[in-house]
Design a protein around this ligand. Structure first.
Ligand code: ADP
Ligand code: MG
Length: 252
C-alpha cells in the first residue's frame, strides 16, 4: 500500500520557486533517503508532506486519502479540518533541532500528545512511553528536562515522542546534523533498528554511507526538483546525472 503520494507539488515563497513539480510515493515498509545540497527544498518538501506548510499546487495523499485543505485549489481533494487532524495522526516528524518542550520532563514530552491530542488511556500511554524510552536507551532519564540532556539524548527523546503517537510513517529532517559524529552513530543505530522493524520512514540526511546501507530508495534533490531517484547502489554508486555526481563528489 502507498502510505504517501505527492503529485505535481509546487511551492513558492514570494518569487522563489522552492518546489517544482515534485512527485513521489512511499510504500508501506519502505525507507526513503532524501539527499541534496543545502537550499534545494528538502525541508520544505518534508514540511509540505507533513502539513506544516501548505502547498501551492499539487495533491497530497495518505493511504490513498486526499490530505489537501485548500478547497479552491483542488475541489475534488478537499478534506475538512477535522479529517485533516485525523490524517496528521498517520505520521510523525523528527526535526534537526529536536524541538522538545523545555519546561516538560522527558516523560511528559513523550506522553503529552498521546494523552491530550489522541485522548488515549493515560496508564497505557505511560506504559508505552517507558518502553519506548527503554528502546532508545533513556529509561533512566524520564524525569530529566531537555536542558539536562546531551544533543544525542534529546534527539532520542524526540524519536520516542514521535513513536509514541503510533504513526504509520516517520519523517526525519537531518536528524543528526546538529550532533557530533560519535553521537550521530548512536542515532543512526536507532534508525537502523526502526528500519529492521519495517517502520516506514522518509529521512533527509547527509549521511551517505547510512543512506546506502539502510534506504530502499534514494532521492537526490537539487533546486526544487527530484533530479534522480532509485536504489542506493544506482543513485549513490552509479549516478546518471551530472548534478548528482558533483554533489556526491563534494561530500566524499
Ligand atoms: P533544504 O532543506 O534543502 O536546505 P529548504 O527547504 O530549507 O532547503 O529551503 C529551500 C529554499 O527555500 C531556500 O532558498 C530557503 O531560503 C527558502 N525558504 C525556506 N523556507 C522559507 C520561508 N518560510 N520563507 C521564505 N523562504 C524560505
Ligand atoms: Mg533543510
Amino acid at each position: 500500500m502507498k502510505l504517501l503520494e505527492m503529485k505535481h507539488v509546487g511551492k513558492s515563497f514570494g518569487e522563489l520557486e522552492v518546489l517544482k513539480d515534485i512527485s513521489m510515493e512511499v510504500e508501506e515498509g519502505e525507507v526513503v533517503a532524501i539527499i541534496g545540497p543545502s537550499g534545494s527544498g528538502k525541508s520544505t518538501l518534508l514540511r509540505c508532506a507533513t502539513l506544516l506548510e501548505t502547498m501551492d499546487k499539487g495533491v497530497l495523499k495518505y493511504c490513498g486519502e486526499a490530505a489537501t485543505d485548500n478547497a479552491e485549489r483542488e475541489a475534488t481533494h478537499y478534506v475538512s479540518r477535522q479529517q485533516l487532524a485525523q490524517l496528521k495522526n498517520n505520521f510523525g516528524l523528527v526535526f534537526q533541532n529536536f524541538n522538545l518542550f523545555p519546561h516538560y520532563s522527558v516523560l511528559k514530552n513523550v506522553t503529552d500528545a498521546p494523552i491530550h491530542v489522541q485522548k488515549r488511556d493515560r496508564d497505557e500511554v505511560y506504559k508505552e512511553a517507558r518502553e519506548l524510552l527503554r528502546k532508545v536507551g533513556l529509561a533512566e532519564k524520564e524525569n530529566s528536562y531537555p536542558g539536562q540532556l546531551s544533543g544525542g539524548q534529546q534527539q532520542r527523546v524526540a524519536i520516542a515522542r514521535a513513536l509514541a503517537m503510533n504513526p504509520k510513517m516517520l519523517f526525519f529532517d537531518e536528524p543528526t546534523s546538529a550532533l557530533d559524529p560519535e553521537i550521530t552513530a548512536g542515532i543512526l543505530k536507532v534508525l537502523r533498528e526502526l528500519a529492521q522493524e519495517k517502520m516506514t520512514m522518509v529521512i533527509v540526511t547527509h549521511e551517505i554511507a547510512f543512506a546506502r546501507k539502510v534506504a530502499d530508495r534514494v532521492i537526490f534533490m537539487d533546486s526544487g526538483v527530484i533530479v534522480e531517484q532509485g536504489k542506493p547502489e544506482d543513485v549513490i554508486d552509479n549516478p546518471d546525472n551530472e548534478r548528482t555526481k558533483a554533489f556526491l563528489q563534494k561530500l566524499s
